[in-house]
Design a protein around this ligand. Structure first.
Ligand code: ADP
Length: 446
């Protein structure tokens, strides 16, 4: 039950409720109709008996009646004096003289009769009239009623279940919309809002509250991005000044220790510069201020040119770069962003590779999908770090490499997102890392 959707739960509860209600109501209806039929038959018998007695008289111990057989309407009757002296019987009414006082329903000739006994006094004689009428036609009517009620159960359940299905579907549609919006927001689009309902019921209130919460979340995200963007901008000038001063000081003759310190400052300033420019790219991207310009790119050529750029760095680390991309693979994408993506992943392959190791790039296409795999045989990433490597400023082991910013893979992920692609990483400590990127081949700029 816990795993069922609300709609299925509501339907199930409604059906259970309906079955319980029907199993109480239908027998009640049947019993009420049956009791009222018995009562009206009894009243009919009483009426006919009183009509018969109104047209009857006793003379010298003889009972005579003027009622005709038609007026008796199929009623059998027997008039007794005292205990069992039969004074009069209608046609087929003989059997009534043997009826016990308390018998109400009697089986005669395979038919059930409703029998009444009435006391009369006529000409100083105490008379008992025993009258009975067959209940066969009433039983037939009750049988029809029973069948009708039984047939009504599936018809009612089917029809009302169908109505409940559509009503709950309609009532829960806004909830489905809320879930859909929440999913879109989960994938990064905070500008989404749920359409207001004209009615202000509980769901309408939920939508209002949800939209108000989204306003706040979007606002605080914007503030955070604005802060990162402003901070990076503000840091640019002082870092540029420190860098220029350090370069200047390094051209002067310095003691060995001062030179070492200055070189340290230069290295850290370069790193800071790198972080600032990565942060600016990322904040511009998140704010939607980056203008994506897509064009047809040959993947193999692009990988080749990035590898040439990183050749020196790779050679220093003793790592060999290998381009295995099929020459025919091309895709529509933003050239400079795709270059940035490759630089970031390949640089990691070099940084976290081992001397004598290799970083290979494979690329192929199938239908409208281009798959890019970047594989290294470096130190690898532990399972506890793997789920976090795409987060901003996340660095698996800060002691490993001081030149990293923790932003490289966040940028990669943002680039993949705006190209409507997907990236996954597989790795194990000491066993190297593989990044698999899937991109649509022909998605033009939106
Ligand atoms: P960084 O600038 O620190 O490299 P990234 O966002 O590019 O930042 O990567 C995040 C973390 O993921 C890195 O600090 C590193 O620990 C790990 N990492 C990324 N690529 C690799 C790789 N090819 N091999 C091993 N570890 C990697």
């Amino acid at each position: 039950m816990n795993r069922l959707k609300i709609r299925a739960k509501m339907l199930l509860l409604y059906m259970i409720f309906s079955v319980v209600l029907l199993s109480i109501l239908l027998p009640l209806v049947y019993r009420t109709v049956s009791a009222s039929l018995y009562q009206s038959l009894e009243s009919d018998i009483q009426l006919t008996v009183s009509q018969m007695m109104a047209t009857s008289k006793m003379q010298h111990g003889e009972f005579t009646t003027k009622i005709s057989p038609e007026e008796m309407r199929g009623l059998s009757a027997c008039v007794l004096a005292g205990k069992n002296k039969v004074l009069f019987t209608t046609q087929n009414g003989n059997w009534l003289q043997n009826i016990e006082k308390e018998d109400r329903q009697v089986l005669h000739n395979g038919e059930i009769f409703l029998v009444i006994q009435e006391k009369y006094e006529m000409d100083n004689h105490k008379l008992t009239v025993v009258a009975g009428s067959s209940i066969a036609s009433m039983q037939k009517s009750l049988e029809h009623l029973r069948l009708l009620l039984l047939a009504l159960i599936p018809v009612y359940l089917g029809f009302s279940g169908l109505c409940a299905f559509f009503i709950t579907k309609r009532a829960l549609r806004p909830i489905a919309k809320i879930t859909e919006t929440a999913k879109t927001i989960g994938s990064g689009d905070l500008s989404q809002r749920i359409k207001q309902l004209p009615v202000k019921d509980e769901v309408g209130e939920l939508i209002d509250a949800f939209n108000a919460m989204l306003d706040k979340v979007e606002h605080s995200f914007q503030r955070e991005r604005q802060f990162s963007s402003d901070a990076s901008h503000e840091l640019r000038t002082p870092v540029a000044v420190i860098s220029a001063c350090t370069e200047d000081a390094l051209t002067e003759p310095q003691s060995a220790e001062t030179r070492r310190n200055l070189e340290s400052i230069r290295k850290e300033t370069n790193r800071m510069n790198h972080i600032i420019s990565q942060l600016l790219l990322l904040t511009r991207g998140y704010e939607g201020r980056y203008r994506v310009e897509k064009e047809e790119i040959s993947l193999s050529e692009m990988v080749e040119s990035v590898m040439e750029e990183l050749e020196e760095q790779a050679a220093k680390a003793g790592i060999h770069l290998e381009n295995q991309v099929e020459e025919t693979v091309s895709l529509v994408a933003d050239q400079s962003l795709m270059t940035q993506l490759l630089v970031n992943i390949l640089t990691n392959g070099i940084k976290y590779g081992r001397p004598g190791g290799v970083v290979q790039v494979y690329g192929d296409q199938e239908g409208n999908q281009v798959t890019l795999r970047i594989k290294d045989d470096g130190i690898g990433i532990g399972p506890e770090d793997l789920p976090h490597i795409f987060k901003r400023f996340y660095r698996a082991d800060k002691a490993r490499d001081r030149s990293g910013s923790g932003l490289g893979l966040s940028i990669v992920q943002w680039i993949i997102e705006i190209h409507q692609g997907d990236i996954t990483a597989e790795s194990e400590i000491g066993g190297g890392t593989v990044f698999t990127i899937k991109l649509p081949k022909n998605k033009t700029a939106e």
